[in-house]
Write a protein of this length. Structure first.
Ligand code: SF4
Ligand code: FE
Length: 487
């Protein structure tokens, strides 16, 4: 059995990283109050995988190692794996109420397994065996893997080689028998700091003359030449200067960094694509479909926490779910949340086997799911704010509640029903603040809009896969018009 314990995971992060925050290098980052919540979140994944009641969802048997592995390192060998993927994401979202950061590498692994197979079959390279060995190590050691796709992109109207600065898209700057040297950057790196490795992939379909940009590889986070710059989040300084209660989600959080590759050497055993432009479009689409399907699992899990918080807020205000407009709002949130999950499950359930022997999600349904995710969480958030009341934006600090001078005033005037201690009400309001307008809102709204591709990216895919011609033919057949295809 190769499941890492949460304790071993925490210990494995005790290493030196070239990580910067607020202009300074971060020492002992695993102890940093701003970073720790994101580590706690991933540790929760390792914890859930150890629990008997979640073994079926959180673990699987690897077809590579023949051993039990954490499902976040699993390659989908049947349709059931795809369904359990979104069930697992929902479960982890329910336990943390935030982004749990382990899905990008998961989706990248499944993408590169199939893409390396396709490249080898077409042109006789040996990327697939390399990738399998690399991924076997990940499964055997139960490593946390990130995924790195989004280049800074510079002037969006120009192709990568036409940028004023060629490094605005990550590219190969040197090659030898031993490996390659890469330069560039990747933005929006979810959970990178608390990962062991990352799978790097190109961000767009590349053309002739752009071979140096068609590169994919695996990399240790500690590689020489890597720089990470920590992304700010709303109210992040509360984690340093205020009582823990003022952070809202007192245990869990997520994390994003900007990643720079300053002539990083990648050994050839870790290179999974180098110049094969014709496979970049397929790679990007495959990854996008897997990752858009992931949102059909993670967002409903977080959504459950949003709905629970709204219901609890109403209850602690003395208004139970029996009040008709409150009940109706909880129903509306549930409809939206379960619609997202339905898309996740459906895109998994209609998955098909690819040439490499893995299962891929239904791309059209995954894109439609993600398109819904760009909208529904905003409405759910609005309804949570509605039920929680304006106090989410005006509540005094925890220090005021503890204060000898004014604490008793807050205790007196912020009591509601006699069953809810004011302290518990304080915690709930802070959690809702976190989820709606604070740190937690990143993972539920902005992330929902732009993560796994901004809304227009899905609409392009939907327009390609919507098969409007076939639908025209259906109508012509019903009308029995002259050029219809008779059946
Ligand atoms: Fe996973 Fe969702 Fe976070 Fe993406 S946003 S890494 S799918 S939890
Ligand atoms: Fe994401």
């Amino acid at each position: 059995m190769t499941l890492m314990t949460p304790q071993a995971y925490r210990k494995s992060l005790e290493r030196d990283l070239n990580l910067f925050m607020f202009g300074d290098k971060v020492k002992d980052y695993w102890k940093h109050p701003i970073i720790k919540p994101s580590i706690n979140t991933v540790a929760k994944i390792y914890e859930l995988a150890q629990m008997n009641e979640y073994q079926d969802i959180m673990t699987a048997t690897s077809h590579l190692t023949k051993d039990q592995v954490n499902r976040f390192t699993h390659l989908h060998v049947n349709g059931d794996d795809l369904v359990k993927k979104v069930q697992m994401q929902r479960l982890v979202g329910q336990h943390t109420g935030t982004c749990f950061q382990r899905c990008v590498g998961f989706d990248a692994g499944n993408t590169m397994y199939a893409t390396t197979y396709n490249i080898d079959k077409a042109i006789g390279t040996n990327y697939h065996e390399r990738f399998k060995s690399y991924w076997e190590e990940i499964q055997e050691q139960d490593l946390m893997v990130a995924g790195s796709m989004t280049d800074p992109k510079g002037d969006r109207s120009k192709r990568p080689p036409d940028q004023d600065d060629p490094d605005l898209y990550l590219h190969v700057v040197d090659r030898s028998d031993d490996g390659i040297v890469v330069r560039g950057a990747k933005a929006h790196q979810t959970g990178l700091v608390n990962s062991h490795r990352t799978i790097v992939m190109p961000t767009l379909s590349l053309r002739k003359g752009e071979e140096d940009y068609a590169v994919s590889f695996g990399m240790d986070i500690t590689a020489k030449g890597v720089t990470m710059i920590y992304g700010r989040q709303p109210s992040d300084l509360r984690k340093i200067y205020d009582d823990i209660e003022d952070t809202g989600n007192i245990k869990f959080g997520s994390q994003e960094v900007f990643l720079v590759f300053d002539d990083v050497f990648i050994p050839k055993e870790q290179v999974f694509m180098d110049g094969e432009i014709e496979f970049t479009g397929g790679l990007v689409n495959r990854f996008a479909s897997y990752h858009r399907n992931s949102y059909g699992g993670c967002k409903p899990g977080k959504g459950d926490v949003y709905i629970g918080a709204a219901a609890l807020a109403a209850q602690s205000n003395g208004l139970s779910g029996k009040v008709s407009h409150i009940k109706d709002k909880l129903v509306e949130m549930t409809v939206l949340n379960e619609t997202i999950f339905s898309g996740g499950v459906a895109s998994s359930a209609l998955g098909t086997k690819n040439e490499a022997g893995l299962y891929e999600v239904d791309s059209l349904l995954a894109n439609v799911t993600k398109q819904n995710v760009t909208r529904f969480p905003y409405e759910i958030r609005r309804l949570v704010e509605d039920l929680a009341g304006g106090i989410i934006a005006t509540l005094p600090s925890h220090a005021d509640f503890k204060s000898e001078a004014v604490g008793n005033l807050l205790q007196k005037y912020l009591q509601t029903d006699c069953e809810t201690p004011v302290e518990d009400r304080f915690k709930l309001i802070r959690l809702i603040e976190n989820l709606t307008i604070g740190t937690g809102s990143i993972a539920y709204t902005t992330e929902s809009l732009h993560g796994a591709g901004s809304p227009q990216a899905q609409r392009i895919m939907i327009s390609r896969q919507g098969d409007f011609d076939k639908k025209i033919q259906l109508v012509k057949k019903i009308l029995d018009t002259s050029d219809s295809i008779k059946s």
